[in-house]
Write a protein that binds this ligand. Structure first.
Ligand code: DGL
Length: 247
């Protein structure tokens, strides 16, 4: 199994980390559109165009599947990407919705959805959760977390001030959807902030669960081949991959 993983930048490496932990793929080709990140502030038609261009890039490889790690692209461009790809294109929203529903027994549970402006404006998570009977939902665009993670500010004063800025009036929910590639890196600090009773839903874990339910994986690959591509400064992406993924 050969998979392409697409993100607007480096954040999708958090999804690659989950794929590596579960040893699902023989080869992983990562493409981060670092020249045009962030996508989360762009409009729907631009995000769709970038998604289709990513499919074109992946046509250079014979892939069995493309995983869209980026929530903003998953929210807007999956249909169009599937139309232009010759392999399945899987996004992170549906897996995230299913993982949330699996994690919560009570349909009255409070769910806080975090993401970029694009993801939150799309209402993709709300629509999915409403369809499964979850209606106690709050969503919040928290784009300042993206550059903080890129700067590796994962604790300390600036992050605490940002948490206060976004969540001063937010009660601890039963679950928080980390609806942006970068947010899993903030899981420890969000867990401390909301408390141990709040479940955090991570796109990487959610997509692994989803793939394992949907497809038959006959083998595990302990040492998959990894290739990293970026539209700008690929060396920096490779350095981050080395650090975050320990590869
Ligand atoms: N990858 C984006 C997402 O998951 C976050 C960064 C961006 O705004 O491009 O929505």
């Amino acid at each position: 199994m050969k998979v392409g993983v697409f993100d607007s930048g480096i954040g999708g490496l958090t999804v690659v980390k989950s794929l590596l932990e579960h040893q699902l793929f023989e080869e992983i080709i990562y493409f981060g559109d670092t020249a045009r990140v962030p996508y989360g502030s762009k409009d729907k038609s631009t995000i769709i165009r970038y998604g289709i261009e990513a499919v074109e890039f992946f046509k250079n490889f014979e892939l069995d599947m493309i995983i869209v790690a980026c929530n903003s692209v998953s929210a807007y461009a999956l249909d169009e990407m599937n139309e232009s790809a010759s392999c399945p294109v899987i996004g992170v929203i549906e897996p995230g919705v299913l993982a949330t529903a699996n994690a919560l027994k009570d349909k009255d549970s409070k769910v806080l959805i975090l993401g970029t402006h694009a993801t939150i404006n799309s209402k993709a998570y709300e629509i999915g959760l409403n369809a499964l009977g979850f209606n106690s939902l709050e969503s919040k665009a928290t784009p300042l977390f993206v550059p903080l993670v890129e700067e590796e500010i994962l604790s300390g004063e600036i992050l605490n001030a940002t948490l206060k800025h976004y969540f001063a009036n937010t009660e601890a929910p039963n679950a928080v959807i980390l609806g942006c590639t970068h947010f899993p890196l903030l899981a420890p600090v969000l867990s401390t902030h909301f408390g141990m009773n709040t479940k955090l839903i991570h796109s990487g874990d959610a997509i692994v669960e989803y793939l394992e339910n949907k497809f038959d994986f006959y083998k595990q690959y302990a040492n998959p081949a990894l290739k990293f591509f970026a539209s700008e400064n690929p060396e920096s992406l490779r350095r981050t991959a080395k650090k975050w993924l320990d590869v």
